[in-house]
Design a protein around this ligand. Structure first.
Ligand code: CO
Length: 215
């Protein structure tokens, strides 16, 4: 584990050296602009670096991260990122990616107070309440895992209902939106939704999910 700040700058110098060795024009090309095909909305958790787990390179992916990968309709930061990615960069895909073991989801499921963050996580309590019938019979670990999955599905739904995505779908059936969960125990990503690029497909979200539970 890297804990010293000097180590980061040393690694950066090594990164530059390696990239230039592979391609002397690498940074010149990189500085010319970006045309990413993907927008990633993920958790801030240090164990879920989007580029590492998907094998993407600088320029491939526009990224927004917050605690528990929430799509909150009043979050100007997130909405600005989505608007720019969808309308200006014209990304093909938007991925909401949660992860098992998410501290934000866990905090929202408990009664302990954590300060300001409790306000941010409040919508997760609504999700828990909404799906309580399904969650109640599960043991603690299974309930936690399921909440992570349901949270991703809820955020995909929130994303699809933004006027930004609604408008883009009406204009051209883009972007496709996806709900994924990263498994820290195995390293694999588990899709929770099919590819969605219309209101009709949004309605299938839960149906699709029910189909793959236990598969
Ligand atoms: Co998390």
């Amino acid at each position: 584990m890297i804990a010293h700040i000097q180590h980061l700058l040393r690694n950066n110098a090594l990164f530059v050296e390696e990239q230039l060795r592979l391609d002397p024009g690498y940074f010149r090309n990189l500085s010319e602009g970006q045309h990413p095909a993907f927008l990633w909305i993920g958790c801030s958790d240090s164990r879920v670096p989007p580029d590492r787990i998907t094998g993407t390179q600088p320029g491939d992916m526009f990224v927004h991260r917050n605690i528990a990968n929430l799509v909150v309709q009043t979050d100007m930061n997130l909405l600005s990122v989505v608007q720019y990615a969808v309308e200006v960069l014209e990304v093909e895909h938007v991925i909401v990616c949660g992860h098992y073991g998410c501290g934000g989801v866990k905090a929202a499921m408990g009664d302990a107070h954590h300060g300001l963050i409790d306000n941010w996580l409040r919508t997760l309590k609504d999700t828990q309440q909404y799906y309580w019938k399904e969650l109640a019979p599960l043991d603690e670990q299974a309930r936690f895992d399921r909440m992570v999955e349901l949270n991703v599905i809820e955020q995909v739904y929130n994303l699809g209902k933004t006027n930004i995505v609604q408008g883009a779908w009406k204009r051209g059936g883009k972007p496709h939106i996806h709900g994924w969960v990263f498994d820290l125990n195995s390293g694999f990503i588990h899709p929770q939704t099919s590819m969605i690029n219309s209101d009709a497909a949004m309605q299938e979200v839960c149906k699709f999910h029910n189909g793959i539970v236990g598969a």
